[in-house]
Design a protein around this ligand. Structure first.
Ligand SMILES: Nc1ncnc2c1ncn2[C@@H]1O[C@H](COP(=O)(O)OP(=O)(O)OP(=O)(O)O)[C@@H](O)[C@H]1O
Length: 461
């Protein structure tokens, strides 16, 4: 089997223009062993990877130049058969030096007379441990320690932030994570912790908007016994102390009351804090991460947020893009949430082919949280093994979304979406199949079929 493939003229021109050093760099850096023989069987090129198996450096092997020398080094040799058959050969060869039995694929390169010009051999590694395995599906890395393991994302702008944050995770510098609600700021905070040297130490998170001011203070700073009425005789450690040597993530930092902002600033600057009712400072080595979807600069102008604290927490800032600006992530995320549902329910549902394109048409104002909710909902509402578009909430089909993106949407999918919208609206208004039949002026059979298809969730209610 010689290679019939011919490049286009443009591509050949491009290849010819690439510097020779580039080709050498490529060959020398391929993990798989490559060994090239001429028509006489002389070895004319060996890449460094071959050394693993032959135990000889490339320059030694090329210097030998005589095919016969390989007899007894690798068995069985392939040269003779290649001369005869001049097609791709698949060999299992014993490498006596490394004591490995490896698959070698030997490909002939034929000249214009169809005579053997070169033999290009690729020595396949017996790979036993994989970084990622399709069968295990999931996108979960074999390396369970990887901070990326629960993070789904393919798009360039998102990956860029992750790479920046992984680099920033190594220091103790505070990081401010910005982004709309549901973009995954909390997940990113955990990612930073997991990527840092503090990963084996505690990670604590608190939502500053969800807790009243006095409670928030005791949650963060703790209190000594009998610090205030009802404090009890035991006292309580605050999150700053619990997170000592680890990470504290303050979500919705824009809602942190001004009095606590001053205390937090002091912790960041001095590494010390005063528990409520205590006269002694406690030291804490905490990495502070914060997040918000508010405009902190505006809050500063309104005197609701301290400017000095802003500059402290903002030493490194990361803006997580909304889902509508990273459409490449929608499908991988949808599969991720499907997989989680399948695991939780120990059945294997799948998406219908019309389902996924519709997800790409919507602008996802609630970001990944909204996508997750939609997939969870469709999963639950789908009675069979296939998740159909009719289980999507109505707003996904809103006219402006569909029409504004119509250029890239498949016509059948658009028509079905429209049909669905009309039938659902009518069924909601009429509440019976007969009503839909009459109002849309269609046969009873058709009305029955369409209502069953598109309104199953409405009928169930
Ligand atoms: N890249 C991702 N891969 C997988 N799941 C994600 C990803 N990003 C976010 N999620 C999931 O989306 C949901 C919302 O994420 P998260 O709570 O981190 O958002 P948030 O920006 O902190 O939201 P809020 O501003 O409302 O607090 C969570 O279930 C989270 O696990």
């Amino acid at each position: 089997m010689d290679n019939e493939f011919k490049h286009s003229a443009e591509y050949m021109e491009y290849l010819n223009a690439l510097p020779k050093e580039m080709y050498i760099k490529i060959l020398e850096n391929i993990f798989t062993g490559i060994l090239v023989n001429d028509r006489e069987g002389n070895t004319i090129y060996v890449n460094p990877a071959v050394t693993r198996h032959y135990g000889k450096r490339p320059e030694e092997m090329v210097a030998l130049r005589n095919w016969g020398i390989w007899q007894g080094v690798v068995s069985p040799p392939a040269y003779k058969e290649m001369l005869e058959v001049r097609r791709t050969l698949f060999y299992r060869q014993m490498h006596f030096n490394s004591q490995e039995v490896l698959t070698t694929i030997i490909n002939p390169v034929l000249d214009n007379d169809q005579e053997l010009e070169l033999m290009v051999s690729v020595i396949q590694e017996n790979i036993e441990s994989f970084d990622k395995v399709y069968e295990e599906e999931s996108g979960i890395s074999g390396e369970q320690e990887s901070p990326f393991k629960n993070i789904i994302g393919e798009s360039q702008n998102y990956m860029k932030e992750l790479v920046l944050l992984r680099r920033a995770s190594k220091s103790k510098t505070p990081i401010l994570i910005l982004g709309e609600s549901g973009v995954g700021k909390s997940l990113i905070a955990k990612f930073i912790h997991d990527a840092s040297d503090r990963k084996d130490q505690p990670f604590w998170a608190i939502n500053c908007a969800a807790i009243p001011e006095n409670l928030l203070e005791s949650e963060l700073f703790g209190y000594v016994p009998h610090a205030f009425t009802g404090a009890g005789g035991k006292g309580k450690k605050g999150l700053i102390q619990l997170a000592d040597r680890g990470t504290l993530f303050l979500d919705e930092i824009g809602d942190l009351p001004l009095s606590l902002q001053a205390k937090l600033l002091y912790v960041i600057e001095s590494g010390k804090f005063l528990p409520i009712g205590s006269e002694t400072y406690v030291e804490a080595d905490v990495r502070i991460l914060t997040a918000t979807n508010q405009n902190l600069e505006k809050l500063i102008e309104e005197r609701k947020f301290r400017e000095d604290l802003y500059w402290r927490i903002n030493a490194i800032m990361s803006k997580i893009p909304p889902l509508r600006d990273r459409k490449d992530d929608i499908i991988p995320l949808a599969f991720h949430f499907l997989k989680i549902n399948n695991q939780n329910n120990t059945i294997q549902k799948k998406f219908s082919s019309q389902f996924l394109p519709l997800l790409l048409k919507y602008h996802w104002p609630g970001n990944i949280r909204e996508l997750k909710n939609v997939i969870d909902r469709c999963y639950i509402l789908s009675p069979g093994y296939t998740i159909q578009p009719d289980k999507l909430p109505d707003y996904i089909f809103k006219e402006e979304d569909r029409v504004s993106n119509a250029d890239s949407l498949n016509f059948d999918v658009m028509m079905e979406a429209y049909e669905r919208q009309v039938v659902r609206e009518m069924y909601r208004a009429e509440k019976t199949i007969a009503g839909v039949q009459k109002k849309l002026n269609m046969s009873q059979n058709k009305a029955y079929r369409l209502v069953k298809k598109y309104c199953a969730d409405l009928i169930e209610k």
